[in-house]
Design a protein around this ligand. Sequence first.
Ligand code: GLA
Length: 391
Amino acid sequence: MQDLNKLWKIFNKKHTDTGLIKGAFSAPGRVNLIGEHTDYNEGFVLPIAIGKKIIMLGQLRNDRLVQVFDLGYKAEVKFSLDSLSPSKKDTWANYLMGVMDEIQKAEYPLQGANLIFISNIPKGAGLSSSAALEVVTALTMAKLNLLEIKPVEMARLCQRAENNFVGVACGIMDQYVSCLGQKNYTLFIDCRSNDYELIPFKDPNYQVLICNSKIQRGLANSEYNKRREECKIATEFFKHELNREIRALRDITIDEYKKYQAQLPEIIARRARHVISENYRVQAGVQALRMGNYSAFGQLMIESHRSLKDDYEVSCTELDLLVDLALKQEEILGARMTGAGFGGCTVNLLRREYIDVFEKTIKQGYKKITGILPDIYVTPPAEGAKVIKLG
Ligand code: GLA
């Protein structure tokens, strides 16, 4: 990550000081350890914030104009807070505009700002670079405008920005953990109540490692929406069959599923089985971590991958290959695809002393079959969005 002073220098070259409040802020990407495609079913997830992040510098302006510079892509946009509408040309700016739109819709007053940001979260890799951009924008605008927006409210506001302005029907997980992640902890989120609990993840013997397949998540959007629809069909079915309040697949037990599965269309039954069993796996995973049982946790990750591959069908050849190569290694406890699927990354849990051998073997094995050299990131749970102290 570029040195902060250097970033300020570039900022100051671009903008004359408005004499108004300024500051530096950051928000991380995330990797989900377990609980995939459960957030929009009002279920459970267990992500961590990662060491890769976006840093944004900003200064308030006296008018309603926002001027943003993306240092990585050397791209600039200007827009007014009075006429926010999605841009077809500068689609990246929609994440920022969407957040400002939602802040204003929540009736917080905003003034314009000069902003500059830089990211080291790989794009399109399923590590939530978009959520990080939303969250860092929300934090920057909130702090510059002296607004008190609590982290959970901030996460929900950013999710709405993505749903309403960017047009992606994502759940709450990514924005939530980017806001609330903490060093050495996983975040156990109940996506119905929006309550969370920090679960320690700091045994020095174990490490989380991410493998980037470098396959961009091309199909992700349309298939994501399709899965949401299929889950809705399953929910409607159970609503009709069971004589109690059912709001989402979260409300169905495994026994109920087993009793009725034969009456569901085959594909819908498999989609439901993934979500229902995944919710159990997250809860079992939390128990395992509480007891320091990392190998039990790893086993649940392996089961999760199988379920995502066979029942939810959101994996792809390259992700399966990365998981297979990982599971052939010694000292690996668990491996699975992570995020929406159809490309992006796998998340692996292994003994720390084995990292170097693991990296080398995965790189060689994956390159030999696909011709692609995967990127590998070692990442203990990192902290969520924060103000960066100056000087
Ligand atoms: C994407 C979405 C999340 C979540 C995951 C799948 O990352 O943004 O809300 O649904 O896919 O678990």
